[in-house]
Design a protein around this ligand. Structure first.
Ligand code: SDX
Length: 374
């Protein structure tokens, strides 16, 4: 029997594993530092949202301007980082590329010490370089010349400019900014909790962020946005999608982009993002994919009464924006760096080593037997 009072749930389901002031994830609301996701989605830039998460307050005009110029200052990638990016084999998954390249970029960390400004500075540096790494990789894989960052653009416009080599439409900039705001933070999800565990040993910010990347890669967590559009793209019609999804659900297969450990009445973020599925589908004259999207969603609801999560609409929205599938989860990272870093800073500034107990279910104590007797 364990020495301490046993409180065990598989996957820590429903277990309160710590306190946070960064966000609240509830059935009826999602809020970052007390601001609802609806308000932030409607009014905030990602830069304001990231500042809010990192510093605890929305920035004033001068604070926002200073934050944006600090992001711009860090955007040009170090030549050694670009050299690593060039050397990674072409078929390497985007999340593995990001894990390696952020680690390389960390070696050129311009901040020293561990006071709050240094910790926020490292988060700002990571926020600045990650979109540039994703865009540069896109260009290298397409055999296109790299695009230097253009100071003064919004965070969302900067990525699209460096990825496509031209200024984005206002709609695409607005939608990418929205997805960045929606993906920024989500309490003790698997990757954020992993970042807190790493930080609780008094390791460093970049080790925590790379922990987050490795954890988010899994399709049960962040990788679902890529998997959900792959599913949509394999069907020619809504009828085909419906039949195939009926079979999959009937056979107990997980449908990527659906379900959530916490939300049982639906993911607030998915409802907000879904509003753009139809307009983008019409703009791209591709309502067939929209019908396939709805057909899959209807089957999962009819058969399992399970709601979509944010990854489901995100896959189709990014597809309509012309983004290659392999950058969808890396873009999730580009946003979630802000939440991961906010939690790492919170853990670091009020730390207790995270070290839970386990319930032993292995063999009883037994005598050693020499190899000749086994
Ligand atoms: C994210 O935690 C966060 O906050 C994460 C996140 C964030 O912002 O950080 O919101 C981002 O990770 C969203 C989730 C992305 N992942 C997926 O879409 C992958 C598919 N989803 C499932 O793997 C699942 O829904 C989880 C992992 C997300 C949640 O799983 P739980 O809480 O462990 O639920 P469960 O596996 O116990 O499922 C309960 C029942 C089971 O059926 P029964 O065995 O009871 O008959 O619901 C079924 C499950 O089979 N079910 C699904 C399903 N999800 C749950 N059946 C079909 N398709 C699904 N997607």
């Amino acid at each position: 029997m364990a020495e301490s009072a046993e409180l065990y749930r598989p996957g820590l389901e429903g277990i309160v594993a710590g306190e946070t002031s960064v966000s609240t994830v509830l059935q009826d609301s999602l809020a970052y530092r007390g601001y609802t996701i609806e308000d932030l989605a409607e009014h905030a830039s990602f830069e304001e949202t990231a500042y809010l998460l990192l510093r605890g307050e929305l920035p004033s005009a001068s604070q926002l301007a200073a934050f944006r110029s600090e992001l711009d200052r860090h955007r040009p990638l170090n030549p050694h980082v670009l050299e690593v990016l060039r050397r990674i084999p072409a078929e390497t998954p985007g999340m593995d590329v990001l894990r390696t390249t952020l680690s390389m970029a960390a070696h050129f960390d311009p901040y020293r010490g561990n006071d709050l400004d240094a910790l926020v500075g490292r988060a700002t540096y990571a926020l600045a370089v990650v979109p540039g790494i994703i865009a540069a990789r896109m260009r290298l894989l397409a055999g296109q010349p790299l695009i230097e960052p253009k100071p003064g653009l919004s965070h969302a416009a900067q990525f699209l400019y460096q990825a496509f080599g031209q200024m984005p439409t206002a709609m695409n900039e607005k939608i990418l900014n929205l997805t960045f705001v929606l993906y920024a933070e989500h309490e003790f999800n698997a990757s954020t909790f992993a970042c807190r565990v790493t930080t609780s040993t008094l390791s460093d910010m970049y080790s925590a962020l790379v922990t987050g990347i490795g954890t988010l890669k899994g399709p049960l967590h962040g990788g679902a946005n890529e998997e959900s559009i792959k599913a949509i793209n394999q069907y020619k019609s809504a009828a085909e999608a419906q039949a195939a999804t009926e079979t999959q659900v009937g056979g107990g297969k997980l449908i990527m982009g659906f379900g959530h450990r916490v939300y049982k009445n639906g993911d607030h973020r998915a409802r907000i993002l879904e509003k753009y599925v139809e307009p983008l589908g019409r703009e791209r004259n591709d309502m067939n994919r929209v019908e396939i999207y709805h057909a899959i969603k209807n089957v999962v609801w009819e058969r399992k009464k399970i709601h979509m999560n944010v990854d489901y609409p995100c896959g189709l929205v990014y597809f309509f924006m012309g983004l290659p599938l392999d950058v969808y989860t890396p873009l999730f990272v580009a946003s979630r760096i802000s939440g991961w870093a906010a939690h790492a800073i919170e853990q670091f500034t009020n730390n207790r080593l995270i070290r839970p107990r386990s319930r032993y279910v292995g063999p009883e104590i037994r005598p050693y037997r020499p190899v000749g007797e086994r």
